[in-house]
Design a protein around this ligand. Structure first.
Ligand SMILES: NC(=O)c1ccc[n+]([C@@H]2O[C@H](COP(=O)([O-])OP(=O)(O)OC[C@H]3O[C@@H](n4cnc5c(N)ncnc54)[C@H](O)[C@@H]3O)[C@@H](O)[C@H]2O)c1
Length: 452
């Protein structure tokens, strides 16, 4: 059968053909332009197998694949392809997933892809794609998945710079046109306590919201030291290889911790405000976490975000051991206050407070996959990419404020802030960020660093 003879008229499109066609046999982009989007108004019947590809086989990717495979109660699912920059990461993840889901993991050697272009080949093999590499790669991989007509679950943040956000927003619009479903790993949106609290706050439980606070003050994350990596490899690493292994500490690939972690809290505030802030100013630096392997990111950021209605969110994130820790979101209104993260609402005065009671609420990491697969199988509208992109943009804006020390505007930043992604993806690429003669990476200096 040649390719043309596989093109079916819209009314011949059955559920399986929807999946196959958006699954890459013909290439999703070609089909989307050839057919009206409403023709995709079919889900996958419960009996139909959804093929899954995992791109980025680390801790979270393996977790997300486990959760996607755990939706088998809704209908058959199979992991059929995996892609990673590094062979050892892929193999480790594959072994774990086989232990967890024996019959639902069938990743043949020819469907195990390694390297910078691996994602394209893995995407082509699947109906649903999980994107869980470090976030710098997300925009190009999401764009490719949508181009190939695949449903997507992608981890947060969805970009580390504003050009990346623009790419994701454009691909999100394309996904909507093609009827593709997109989940983003901002799992608080699938956590019952948050959903119930947010409903009440948006219904006016504390009146007009006048101020918000968001924190991710906590411990310092993992570190992969160059010396240890080189010892294990038995050779010197190229700069690209080192930065990709120790990715947390490089802004182009991680976004800094304001983007990589604190996005969760900023996203909750955006959810409450039904939009992203218009401006930010802040301060930050690297006070304690010093040393060559700590790369170029800061260890603390404090940002004041301003929303369109003039209300403000005061945000802090810190990676310094021995300090006050809190991972939480709060709102104060004209009639009361809420600890959103603890799911409590307390009116000012004598009124009775409210607290969400957790009565066996489902794990939000599982719930977000249950919801995505339900949307795919039952053709429900489902596209979290837009708010995922704007919450990523919020975190990036905050970083631009702390790096520059200036007031930065969302509209201008979205339009004018430059790309920080390496121009060439190759193991021996000349990296834009390099260590100086002392082995230390230069950090942004507020007052000097230019946001746009
Ligand atoms: N939603 C959450 O609560 C949550 C929790 C943890 C992590 N995350 C997010 O998940 C993502 C991954 O984090 P992690 O902790 O799993 O990191 P990780 O380092 O364990 O995994 C990342 C994997 O991606 C691979 N990789 C790197 N570049 C690649 C490329 N170009 N193509 C293919 N593979 C590539 C790495 O080799 C590694 O195996 C991050 O964006 C992180 O913010 C989200």
């Amino acid at each position: 059968m040649n390719q043309e003879s596989r093109i079916i008229t819209p009314d011949q499109l059955n559920r399986r053909s929807f999946l196959r066609r958006t699954g890459g046999l013909l290439g999703g982009a070609a089909i989307a332009t050839a057919l009206d989007p409403s023709q995709f108004a079919h889900g996958a019947a419960t009996s139909e197998e959804l093929k899954i590809a995992l791109i980025g086989c680390g801790g979270r990717g393996s977790g997300a694949a486990n959760q996607a495979l755990s939706t088998f109660g809704q209908g058959p699912v199979k992991l059929v392809a995996m892609a990673d920059a590094f062979d050892d990461r892929l193999k480790g993840s594959l072994n774990n997933l086989k232990n967890q889901h024996k019959d639902r993991v069938d990743v043949k050697p020819e469907n195990q892809f390694i390297g910078f272009d691996a994602y394209k080949k893995a995407i082509a093999a699947a109906d649903v794609v999980i994107l869980a590499t470090p976030p710098g790669f997300r925009p190009m991989q999401f764009e490719e998945a949508i181009k190939q007509g695949k449903h997507v679950f992608m981890e947060k943040p969805v970009a580390t710079d504003m050009p990346g956000v623009r790419t994701v927003l454009a691909a999100a619009a394309e996904a909507k046109k093609k009827g593709l479903k997109v989940g983003v790993g901002l799992q608080r949106h699938h956590q019952k306590g948050y959903i119930e609290t947010m409903k009440r706050l948006q219904d006016g439980a504390i009146g007009d919201i006048t101020s918000m606070r968001a924190y991710w003050n906590g411990a310092t994350p993992w570190l992969k030291k160059r010396a240890d990596l080189e010892k294990a490899a038995g050779r010197k690493l190229t700069e690209m290889e080192y930065q990709m292994r120790n990715w947390y500490y490089f802004t182009w690939i991680c976004g800094d911790h304001i983007c990589e972690q604190h996005i969760h809290n900023l996203d909750v505030i955006n959810w409450l405000k039904k939009g992203a802030p218009v401006k930010a100013n802040g301060m930050g630096g690297c006070e304690v976490r010093k040393g060559q392997d700590y790369g170029e990111i800061f260890d603390h950021h404090a940002v004041e975000f301003e929303y369109e209605d003039g209300s403000r969110c005061f945000s802090q994130c810190r990676h310094i051991v021995g300090c006050w820790n809190s991972v939480s979101e709060h709102a104060v209104g004209t009639k009361g206050k809420s600890d959103i993260s603890r799911h409590t609402i307390n009116p000012f005065g004598d009124g009775e407070g409210w607290r969400h009671k957790n009565e066996g609420d489902k794990d939000p990491y599982q719930q977000e996959h249950d919801d995505l697969f339900d949307a795919i199988r039952n053709n429900k509208d489902y596209n979290e990419a837009e708010y995922g992109a704007m919450s990523s943009a919020t975190a990036i804006l905050g970083r631009m404020a702390t790096y520059s020390g200036r007031e930065v505007e969302m509209a201008k930043a979205l339009k004018e802030a430059p790309s920080i992604f390496p121009p060439t993806l190759a193991w021996d690429a000349d990296m834009p960020v390099k260590p100086g003669a002392d082995g230390m990476y230069p950090r942004a200096i507020p007052g000097t660093w230019k946001p746009y």
